[in-house]
Design a binder for this molecule. Structure first.
Ligand code: DGY
Length: 327
């Protein structure tokens, strides 16, 4: 068998990269930033496999340029909205992703954002560093209580459920909204109640987003949705930036329609330095790091490598998002 050629669009942890190098003739992009579009298109020409990141747009043009020998696309992420999956399916190319291994790490981080926004941790740090801490103050940086508050989880999949498990420890009332919520046996074990979207928005002190980005979820949190939330509510987004309409979010935070927001993801990414959101004190923004623990990123690398190698061998990917590609 000839050695398969692959393009890996960024350096990923060695746990996965070593497997790829052992099995393939691997061209690994060494830049800290994603390969520019023209470079990406040039480097995928004639490859048998592609290991991509969520920062790479893998569309029909790319698949066409790569050529008909392209056997597999392995995305180093659980989300795959950067990939034209229907096009890959049409071409019989299986697409792999990395579900499961980042669930706990991401749920931990969503809860960390929830707590940080509720208790104004980032603001407090900025306040201290600016030399503004002069005394203990009865009214200084008052936040919201978490224990006993109502948490609304939008999207009750793996990560949403793990967030609920964490919220149980804080004796939170847990509401969730999900299209398949009525039949979910795990919900009662987690003490979570399925409600319609409006009820969740109206009654939650915290609203945390855990849906994939699809045409239906794009701008799910818009001016209308924000208007239904409590004036003290805190929005947490560790899903995908475009699930939230940022112009509407800015207006809502500025005008006190909601209390605060904590964003791991933005639209676009990175958030432009002149985004008006960055001028607000009641928003906390971090650079898409919810899954960024040493152990989890290593597991994701291994999983992405396993998917890539299985595809190159002509075997079924251990984690495939488009089984229809197999016909
Ligand atoms: C994913 O895997 O989709 C995450 O967004 C990465 O943090």
């Amino acid at each position: 068998m000839t050695i398969p050629r692959v393009f890996v669009t960024r350096i990923i942890p060695e746990a996965g990269l070593a497997l790829v190098r052992d099995f393939c003739d691997a061209d690994v992009w060494q830049g800290e930033l994603p390969p520019p579009r023209d470079v990406l298109l040039a480097r995928v020409k004639h490859v048998d496999g592609l290991l991509s990141l969520l920062t790479d747009r893998v569309d029909a043009e790319l698949m066409e340029v790569a050529g008909p020998q392209l056997k597999v696309i392995s995305n180093y992420a659980v989300g795959f909205d950067n990939i034209a999956v229907a096009e890959a399916t049409r071409r019989g190319i299986p697409v792999g992703n990395t579900p499961g291994v980042l669930t706990d790490t991401t749920a931990d981080f969503a809860f960390a954002l929830l707590m940080a926004a509720a208790r104004r941790v980032a603001e407090g740090d900025r306040f201290t560093r600016a030399g503004r801490w002069q005394t203990w103050g009865p009214m200084l940086l008052l936040g919201q209580d978490i224990t006993g508050a109502t948490l609304g989880i939008v999207g009750f999949g793996r990560i949403g459920k793990e967030l609920a498990r964490r919220a149980q420890g804080f004796r939170m009332r847990i509401l969730y909204y999900d299209p398949v919520c009525q039949d979910d046996p795990e919900a009662s074990r987690l003490g979570a109640q399925c409600v319609d979207f409006d009820t969740l928005l109206r009654e939650s002190d915290f609203v945390s987003l855990h849906v994939p980005l699809t045409p239906t979820t794009r701008h799910l949190i818009n001016a209308e949705a924000l208007g239904k939330m409590k004036r003290t509510a805190i929005l947490i987004n560790t899903a995908r930036g475009p699930v939230v309409d940022h112009a509407a979010l800015y207006a809502a935070l500025r005008d006190g329609v909601i209390g605060a927001a904590a964003l791991d993801v933005t639209e676009p990414e990175p958030i432009p330095p002149d985004s008006p959101l960055l001028a607000l004190e009641n928003v906390l923004i971090v650079p898409h790091i919810a899954s960024a623990s040493v152990a989890t990123r290593g597991k994701m690398a291994r999983m992405a490598a396993d998917n890539l190698i299985a595809g190159l061998r002509g075997e079924r990917l251990p984690n495939c998002v488009n089984l229809e590609a197999y016909g």
